[in-house]
Design a protein around this ligand. Structure first.
Ligand SMILES: [Fe+2]
Length: 227
């Protein structure tokens, strides 16, 4: 299997290129528009045909590469059904299968960071978007975010996955590439709470600055900006 985790230094975004092997069909999760040529080069070198691209949610900190990749390769753009995107080709419901040859992902609606945040389970690993980060959780103070929903998404959904499930988030700011459900249960400081109210309290007191270019990024991602 090809499993390529790429990093965008500017937005600290992780992008994943996945395929069952050289010369086969491929899937990309959470691409960044400025990195389009890098993805196309990797696809070319591995003789991969990009057929599907997924965004875990409408990003506020960068412009998605979904639409540029669609323009260049005609791949199918996928998001969750609560996405406000006006251009994606398929909006999946909770617990739907996304197949690329023998690779299979299952969508899990995990709102909280945004209303349209989805995670995607692929056998032994889960792409958690900005819902569950390594030693952190995504902020919940804009784009229809809700600390209550996020608590539910994390504690009653993601943390119910097998302990050894590998966690691949959309971002990391400390150089960590992946984690596991058990590591997050034990070590993630945001998850060391005893109740929903305690979690909401933690999230309400983060006092974070608004991301730069947030409004233009969100608008670009909803409208489907290309280069
Ligand atoms: Fe995000």
């Amino acid at each position: 299997m090809i499993f390529n985790q790429l990093f965008d230094e500017k937005s600290h975004t992780y992008t994943y290129i996945i395929s069952s092997g050289k010369g086969r069909e491929a899937l990309i999760i959470d691409p960044v528009i400025e990195k389009t040529n890098e993805y196309l080069n990797i696809l070319k070198n591995l003789e991969l045909k990009l057929v599907k691209v997924i965004d875990t949610h409408i990003h506020a900190d960068h412009v998605t590469g979904l639409n540029e990749l669609n323009k260049k390769t005609d791949c199918i753009r996928i998001m969750g059904e609560t996405s406000p995107s006006e251009v994606v080709d398929i909006k999946v419901k909770n617990n739907e299968k996304i197949k690329v040859e023998n690779i299979e992902l299952i969508s899990i609606h995990t709102p909280g960071h945004t209303k349209c945040s989805y995670s995607f389970l692929m056998k032994d690993r889960v792409f958690t978007g900005d819902t569950l980060l390594i030693n952190g959780t995504g902020r919940t103070d804009f784009q229809g975010g809700s600390s209550e929903d996020q608590y539910n998404s994390i504690f009653n959904n993601l943390l119910k996955l097998p302990d050894e499930t590998i966690v691949y988030p959309s971002h990391d700011y400390n150089g960590k590439k992946y984690s596991t459900i058990i590591q997050e249960k034990k070590n993630n400081p945001r998850l060391q709470v005893n109740s929903l109210d305690e979690y909401v309290d933690v999230m309400n007191n983060l006092k974070l600055d608004k991301p730069s270019k947030m409004d233009s990024n969100v608008a670009a991602n909803i409208k489907g900006l290309t280069l």
